[in-house]
Ligand binder design. Structure first.
Ligand SMILES: Cc1ncc(COP(=O)(O)O)c(C=O)c1O
Length: 401
């Protein structure tokens, strides 16, 4: 079986552009929270493909919906109506309170759309504003607009010049935000829980400062809920838990349960500034993606998943705090619901292979943080077993193994 892995790696090395430094695991099958590699080894997946496989792997309802849609109609383009896009937009409106959706195919496109709609809003008002206020430690995606509001120098530097008129302010410092926002600010953009930046929830005081700055200056607020949205924190969207009032919301990742789809959700005020032809996408909101997303939302809203996340999220919090107390290398535990980060006193990279050796998939972000984004359907016994494996991996790395 090693042959299969060698072949996969060899072919990729020759022909796939080398932008990803992959772990030495070839995933071939999944079921619920479990993954299997080409050698038949089983892993508990505490990452769900970076917060995407919300219903777990090979979810029966989702698999059936996708198969059925594949046999009916996959794609028509946005030149025509189809029955599912409006249904999905309506469901997202009910969940978010923002009445209109624009569909695209990824998180970065959802952010791009929000940035363009914010610019368009001010253009339509006859008062063009270009400035965007973003946060330090932010991550919004890799395309030029999203990268321009992403703070990490490592991602930005090789691609400069990026969008001008972007100012970064420190996270959770209300006074710095208040000082940065003015009547030239088109929009403030923030992740309600910073994901790639190390699982850092915004504080209620900072959320209040965002609301106040918007009210004073007229600036729009863009909530990037690509990672934190759709139940991940135990709330449909974490902006609501913080009392934030976004004019635009970017969603992606979990929305299609693995089928690529993203959306920009907008207030009526912003929608009124948009005209035919202002933005578009060939694939955005096609039947296959909408069908998958409707299935995910069925589970989330009708299937009792939100209440489940609340319960199992408490188990995560308790267990992670107990693990942190036991391992001196853990500095802090941060998160909500099923979105957790363990900040270590050292580089977290060795935890990933140590976890894989023990049959658990976790991820490192922001250098020192072990990130957990398990499938939202994970049960308490599964969480228990997976976290015991993480506990063992932390023990091995902490002991210098
Ligand atoms: C908060 C946030 N916004 C945007 C993105 C970009 O999403 P995608 O990789 O689907 O383009 C990510 C991806 O990690 C994210 O976490």
């Amino acid at each position: 079986m090693t042959m299969v892995i060698d072949d996969v790696v060899g072919r990729e090395t020759r022909h796939v552009l080398q932008t990803y430094r992959r772990q030495a695991v070839t995933c071939v099958r999944g079921q619920g929270v479990r993954l299997w590699d080409a050698e038949g080894r089983e892993y508990f997946d505490l990452l769900s493909g970076i917060g995407v496989a919300a219903l777990g792997h090979s979810h029966r309802g989702l698999a059936r919906a996708i198969a059925e849609q594949g046999e009916t109609l996959i794609h028509t383009s946005n030149l025509f109506y189809h029955p599912l896009q409006g249904q999905l937009a309506e469901r997202l409106a009910n969940l978010s309170g923002l009445p209109r959706a624009f569909f695209c195919n990824s998180g970065t496109e959802a952010v791009e759309a929000c940035l363009k709609f914010a610019r368009r809003y001010w253009f339509t008002k006859g008062e063009p504003r270009a400035e965007i206020i973003a946060l330090e430690e932010s991550f919004h995606g890799r395309t030029f607009g999203s990268l321009s509001v992403t703070s990490d120098e490592h991602y930005r530097k090789p691609f400069e010049p990026l969008l001008q008129n972007v100012k970064f302010v420190p996270v959770n410092e209300p006074a710095a935000l208040a000082a940065a926002v003015s009547r030239s600010t088109a929009a403030i953009i923030a992740e309600p829980v910073q994901g790639e930046g190390g699982i850092r929830p915004l504080t209620p005081a900072f959320a209040a400062a965002i609301n106040e700055a918007c009210a004073k200056s007229g600036a729009l607020f863009i909530a990037d809920e690509v990672q934190s949205g759709l139940g991940r924190t135990g709330y449909p969207f974490y902006f609501a838990a913080l009392g934030l009032k976004p004019h635009l919301v970017a969603v992606g990742k979990a929305l299609g349960g693995g089928v690529p789809i993203g959306a920009a959700l907008v207030s009526q005020e912003v929608a009124d500034a948009i005209s035919y032809g202002d933005h578009g996408s060939t694939y955005g909101g096609n039947l296959l993606a909408c069908r998958a997303a409707l299935c995910v939302l069925d589970e989330l809203v009708g299937g009792g998943l939100l209440a489940h996340i609340g319960r199992v999220g408490q188990t995560f919090e308790k267990r992670l705090k107990a693990i942190a107390a036991k391992h001196p290398i853990v500095k802090e535990v941060r998160g909500r619901g099923l979105m957790w980060g363990l900040e270590l006193k050292r580089d977290a990279a060795p935890i990933v292979p140590a976890g894989l050796e023990r049959g658990v998939v976790v991820n490192r972000t922001a250098e020192t943080v072990v990130r957990l984004l398990p499938p939202l359907v994970i049960t308490e016994p599964e969480a228990d077993e997976a976290l015991s494996r993480l506990d063992a991996a932390l023990g091995a790395v902490g002991a210098g193994a």
